[in-house]
Ligand binder design. Sequence first.
Ligand code: I3S
Length: 128
Amino acid sequence: SSPDSDGCTPELEKAGLLNKTKIAEGGRKLRKNWNPSWVVLVGNSLVFFKDPKSQTPASWKPGNSRPESSVDLRGAQLHWANELSSKKNVFKLRTVTGNEFLLQSETDSLIREWYNTIQNVIDRLDRE
Ligand code: I3S
């Protein structure tokens, strides 16, 4: 049987490296600060970790794999947002609490996969 045969462990849907910047906190605009982020979609949440490659070997210890932040996708909104950046392949994720993130990848197919997978989770939660 699968490790989640009891249905209690949230399902890992997707994980990978994206460029990320937070542009609003509770509806209040923030200054952009793009950084690579290890992004994990699990259950109803998008979880962000610091890019291990941007850390020194000494700083990369198990204790440091603590998430940087996490986003509840229930009620969230997703939009392509190339007008919000000079970078290509940018989408905006807005949470119900008014936090806004831009996520970006140089790889077209990769960013489309992320967009579709996140949108599917949002749609699933909307139907619950
Ligand atoms: O939308 P903006 O404000 O032009 O975004 C750019 C700036 O945030 C810039 O930082 P400083 O204004 O602190 O120098 C960033 O380095 C750029 O990456 C931002 O623009 P892009 O187009 O990369 O999202």
